[in-house]
Structure formats: C-alpha cells, structure tokens
Design a protein around this ligand. Structure first.
Ligand code: NAD
Ligand code: MLT
Length: 310
C-alpha cells in the first residue's frame, strides 16, 4: 500500500502510517492539480490538510485510491461526491482541532474588543496611543453563535466564562441540548437583532455560503462585531467591507477568506479589521491530534476495517 501525505501533516500521524507493508511518501511543496493527476495512480491513500484541493480529475485518475484523509474538519477541499462515485472513502478528523479553533475565536474576539493588533502595531512604530484604543468589555454583552456544533459549543462555554450572555442559532440541535450548554436557542433573525458579537461556526455548504450578506448585515445591531473562524464565503466579503466602511459593523475578525491563500483584500486596508491566515487549527496539540486521528482511520480502512469518521 502506498500513501501520499501532503500539506505538512504532523510527523506523529505519519509515524502511525509506517506500518509493515505500507510505503509513505511525504511531499512538502504544493503540488498542482496536473502533478497530482500524474502521481495519484500510484497511491492507495492520500492525506491532506486544507491547502491541497482533491478535485474530480485527481479522483478520476486515482485508479488505486481507496481512501482520502483530511487532517481536520472541513472536507470542502475534497470533491466528496466524485469520491463517492468512485467508491473512495473520505475520512476526516472532526474532534482534534475543536479547542484550537474555539480558543482562536476567543483570541480574535478579545483582539477586536481591545484593539490589540492595532495598538501593538502603533506602539512598535513609536506611537503611544491610549485614548484611540479604548475598547469594550465582553462582560454582559450578547454573543450570537451561529452553528452550535463542536466549535460553536466550545466557544459558547468559554464566552460564558467572560460573563457574556450567549444566544445561538442552529436548526439541527434541540432546545434541550442548547440548555445543557447554557445557550438560548433563538431564530437567526433574533441573533442578528440582539447580538453585540456574532461568530459563525458552520460548515461551508450551499445553504451557508453568503449567509451573512448585505440583507443579514442590515438586520444587525449598529456597532456589531463579527468573527469568522469557520470558512471564507459564509460571510460575503464585499458586503462586510461596505458595512465596516459605514460603521454599521464596528469590527470584524477573520481567519478564513473566500479565496485562500490571499495576501491582498480591500478588507486588509480597514483599521477595524483583524486578520489571521487560517490559523484556527494551528496549535501544536491540534495538529498532532488530527494527524493521529486521520492516520488511525487510514490504517483501519487499508487493513479492511470500518471507518469511524467517513
Ligand atoms: P460541526 O459539524 O461540529 O458543527 C457545525 C454546526 O453547524 C452543526 O451543529 C450544524 O448543525 C450547524 N449547521 C449546519 N448548517 C447550518 C445552518 N445552515 N445554520 C445554522 N447551523 C448550521 O463542525 P465544527 O467542528 O464545529 O466546525 C465548524 C466550522 O469550522 C467548519 O466549517 C470547519 O471546517 C471550520 N474549522 C475551521 C478551522 C480553522 O482553522 N479556521 C478549524 C477547525 C474547523
Ligand atoms: C479545518 O477544517 O479543520 C480547518 O480548516 C483547519 C485546517 O485544517 O487548517
């Protein structure tokens, strides 16, 4: 069995793949779709993070491919439909980076509330500014969590530690579940109307792309602050830009973008925008966790067992 490992998956996971009878090729540089189409026939399994897109042409060329492993949560960089049509199993690692992404969300929320990146930049440029960087407290503010799955729940619990009132929208969870995690389950309209901070923790699907658009932004509280550590495109960047320019949105913190990687965006020119380059899962712990989880799944599948996270 030959396994191709891409996107800098943690070495601890790769070690698990080095079973007797398995050959593991680790490629660090970014491969083009054409390069992958040419290489993939030699492989029984491929493991990626989010940088490499496993497209339909790569899947069609993968005549020996049995499993595609995603060392992380979102499988939107894999053409799952094409994989299913070819009888290839797609597995992910849904739990390993939950805490990393939740903590990054809190880091961005605090950075937004207290202008940490802007003050840091100004001071290092020789400007001692205090009045300009007066912030707001999280205490007693209403946090609206859209998507109360693993990360949304972890964010809600941590926000309660800051004495925030947490409301949430997720049509797929029960009121009982919401009560268990101390969240008042409300409609999307209510989240827009009531929340001082809004954070999205949704998968990227046809339903969720463009969810936060001009119309949604218009329904929000003036001065709302918005955080996206889920997926670019769930918030329409152009509409967000306009709402930030008018002051309707007081600030936005974004870890993910419609097109990635990106180093240029009109949003980057706004002083009330805090950005990170898709770092939500980038902790030492999370990268080991997801690599171990996905590697175990791949070994199980290649040895004829049942996948847990297919
Ligand atoms: P999850 O599957 O545990 O939770 C997603 C939740 O969204 C579910 O509870 C689901 O019911 C809900 N949902 C689905 N469609 C909805 C809709 N239309 N409206 C409201 N709720 C809806 O996933 P998770 O592990 O919490 O991950 C959330 C997102 O974060 C994913 O997009 C994932 O890829 C992304 N993520 C990003 C990073 C990063 O590095 N920035 C790290 C980890 C995960
Ligand atoms: C995920 O969906 O798990 C995240 O995008 C994290 C990542 O793999 O970079």
């Amino acid at each position: 069995m030959r396994i191709l490992v891409l996107d800098g998956v943690s070495e601890k996971g790769i070690d698990i793949l080095r079973e007797p009878g398995f050959t593991v090729d680790v490629i660090e540089e970014k491969l083009s779709e054409q390069q992958l189409v040419e290489m993939i026939p030699a492989y029984d399994a491929v493991v990626v993070r989010s940088a490499t897109k496993i497209t339909a042409p790569i899947i069609a060329a993968g005549v020996n491919l049995k499993v595609i492993g995603r060392a992380g949560v979102g499988v939107d960089n894999i053409d799952v439909q094409a994989a299913t049509q070819h009888g290839i199993i797609v597995v992910n690692a849904p739990d390993g980076n939950t805490i990393a992404a939740a903590e990054h969300t809190l880091a961005l929320m605090l950075a937004l509330a207290r202008h940490v990146p802007q003050a840091n930049e100004a001071l290092k440029k020789g400007k001692w500014l205090r009045k300009e960087f007066t912030g707001v407290e999280l205490r007693d503010k209403i946090l609206g969590v859209i998507g109360l799955g693993r990360i949304g729940t972890a964010v809600a619990k941590r926000a309660q530690g800051f004495a925030m009132k947490v409301i949430g929208y997720d049509p797929y969870i029960t009121h009982e579940r919401a009560r268990e995690i101390g969240v008042e389950l409300v409609s999307l309209e209510d989240v827009y109307r009531e929340a001082d901070f809004i954070t999205v923790h949704l998968p990227k699907t046809k339903e969720t792309v463009n969810l936060i658009n001009r119309e949604a932004l218009a329904k929000m509280k003036p001065g709302v602050r918005i955080i996206n550590v889920a997926r670019g495109g769930i918030i329409n960047e152009q509409d967000l830009y306009e709402a930030l320019k008018t002051g309707k949105v007081a600030g936005a913190a974004l870890d993910v973008f419609e097109v990635e990687p990106t180093t240029e965006s009109p949003l980057f020119e706004l002083p009330n925008v805090v950005v990170t380059p898709h770092l939500g899962a980038s902790t030492e712990e999370a990268q080991v966790n997801v690599a171990l989880d996905v590697a175990r799944e791949i070994v199980t599948i290649l040895q004829g067992g049942m996948a847990q996270n297919a």
